[in-house]
Design a binder for this molecule. Structure first.
Ligand SMILES: *[C@@H]1O[C@H](CO)[C@@H](O)[C@H](O)[C@H]1NC(C)=O
Ligand SMILES: *[C@@H]1O[C@H](CO)[C@@H](O)[C@H](O)[C@H]1NC(C)=O
Ligand SMILES: *[C@@H]1O[C@H](CO)[C@@H](O)[C@H](O)[C@H]1NC(C)=O
Ligand SMILES: *[C@@H]1O[C@H](CO)[C@@H](O)[C@H](O)[C@H]1NC(C)=O
Length: 457
């Protein structure tokens, strides 16, 4: 039964891809996939509609209609007040060309985002008000995180260098994931085990080495969390534990929104704002969920290999193309977290987006996102929201096939040696440790590990 359903799903997928006219058909199709009892009805309907469609097609070609009146099914939704308000086009020079990419994709605000961002960056006036501005506050902050390396413990012998971090690991973590964070600190998040990153960026580097144990490590780690619901009975317990964690490790930033899956876009937006406020000198940020495992050497090599001419537009991760919004909750899980209404998002497709679980983004792109996000209607799916920003900014996402955000990769997989990051390690402390010792073993064989790393094992 299962392969048959899968085949049917494949047959159905193109219906989604044909755009809005076939959309209803696609919806029915999904029902059929779930309930094979509908199948016969569906086939009969399909035969009937094929006959009808061909009849009307021939009837239309016989006597072509005058005038190009082809009703757009999106029009009804676009006329809803919440869209109407936002579709007003900015009334100034920054809005000369509003048709970017597909003309059907008029996600508010309808402005030329490339120009708008450029004007904001040049401190020129823009004649349109932001619709999604949040002045994020950070009740727990790490304002010095990106300052030149802090001297602690064994690092004290190191010579302090005036270097900005090459990569900031921005780990999106749920407030209650205390154990997960500790596990990360002890494994791939331990920066004693990171090679020196960003040899391409340092102008002074004579020999671009990545293993000199006397060099200052240029990676930083920060966990981004939100706040507990005030009604949450555990909120005071969390606050206490978090305060201890902050005092001990100094690697946590808390922003002022309620930590919840549906606030992931707020978490993303606050992380960008925080990066701009405190880490502008960093070259890259590597955004990650806390259920990932990372191979530091592979990530650093990947970042170093990005050519200077594409650096300013770099947004790399696992790219999803032609993804369709989920309109019907699966029966088994009516609270599907992916469900989205037509009112929230009326189009039949999402723009290409990068899985938010793990992606590498350069500072110029973070700057553009931070401006553009304030002029873009809020969408609670962080990765789709970023996809919309990329579409508006005409940034083409780079598919990094070694960032595994779909099928997890474990040490027994042939893909493991090349892995940059893989998800699938939630609540699997043993698997994380096994993967990490495998990574260290490979790194050690290939690229002498820093002494501090070996001492910390
Ligand atoms: C656009 O700007 C012009 C001149 O600045 C003004 O007269 C006009 O009312 C504005 N239109 C809208 C729709 O704001
Ligand atoms: C930007 O413009 C505002 C007012 O137009 C001015 O107060 C501010 O100093 C300018 N900033 C820069 C960096 O030029
Ligand atoms: C998201 O955060 C806002 C602001 O803190 C809060 O009002 C809202 O309830 C949160 N959403 C969820 C689903 O918790
Ligand atoms: C590390 O790799 C070597 C071979 O390169 C192997 O003999 C050894 O068992 C590995 N150690 C661990 C802990 O996996």
């Amino acid at each position: 039964m299962l392969p048959f359903r899968r085949a049917l799903r494949c047959l159905c997928a193109p219906l989604h891809h044909c755009g809005s006219c076939f959309y209803v058909c696609g919806e029915i199709c999904c029902e059929v996939v779930k309930n094979p009892a509908f199948l016969v009805v569906f086939i009969i309907l399909c035969i009937h509609s094929t006959i009808l469609i061909s009849y009307f097609t021939f009837a239309n070609t016989a006597k072509p209609k005058p005038g190009p009146t082809k009703p757009n099914p999106l029009d009804a939704i676009m006329a809803l007040p919440e869209y109407n308000v936002f579709l007003k086009v900015a009334n100034d020079t920054s809005s000369e060309s509003v048709h970017i990419g597909s003309e059907d994709f008029k996600y508010p605000l309808l402005v030329d985002m490339v120009q708008l961002v450029s004007r904001v960056r040049h401190n020129l006036s823009v004649n349109v008000a932001p619709i999604n501005r949040h002045n994020f506050q950070f009740p727990i902050n790490q304002a010095d995180l990106c300052k030149p390396y802090k001297l602690t413990g064994r690092s004290q012998q190191k010579q302090q260098q005036q270097q900005q971090p090459a990569i900031v690991l921005v780990i999106k973590s749920a407030l209650s994931h205390f154990d997960q964070r500790q596990l990360i600190r002890e494994t791939w998040g331990n920066f004693d085990c990171w090679p020196t990153a960003g040899s391409a960026s340092s102008s002074s580097s004579s020999s671009s080495s990545s293993s000199s144990s006397s060099s200052v490590n240029k990676v930083r780690r920060v966990f981004m969390v939100g706040q507990p619901k005030s009604a949450d009975p555990k909120s005071s317990e969390y606050a206490e534990k978090l305060a201890k964690e902050v005092a001990k490790y100094g690697d946590i930033v808390q922003a002022d929104f309620v930590d919840h899956y549906f606030n992931n876009t707020l978490k993303m937006m606050s992380s960008f704002s925080w990066m701009i406020a405190h880490c502008q000198g960093a070259r890259f940020a590597f955004f990650l969920d806390d259920d990932y495992v990372v191979n530091p050497l592979n990530l650093v090599r990947f970042a170093d290999a990005i050519p200077p001419e594409s650096y300013a537009g770099t947004m790399a991760g696992f790219v999803w193309r032609n993804a369709a919004p989920v309109r019907r909750a699966p029966k088994r899980n009516p609270q599907s977290r992916w469900l989205i209404s037509y009112r929230e998002y009326p189009w039949p497709m999402y723009p290409a987006y990068v899985s938010a679980g793990a992606f590498l983004v350069s500072m110029p792109v973070i700057k553009d996102f931070t401006i553009a996000m304030e002029y873009t209607r809020y969408l609670r799916f962080d990765d789709v929201f970023l996809g919309i920003l990329m579409h508006k900014l005409r940034i083409v996402p780079l598919h990094a096939e070694r960032i595994h955000s779909f099928s997890p990769v474990y040490p027994d997989s042939p893909s493991f040696p090349g892995l940059i990051a893989s998800h699938g390690y939630a609540r699997k402390a043993d698997k994380v440790r096994a993967a990490w010792s495998e990574i260290l073993n490979r790194t050690g064989a290939e690229n002498r590990l820093p002494l501090e790393c070996m001492l910390s094992m």
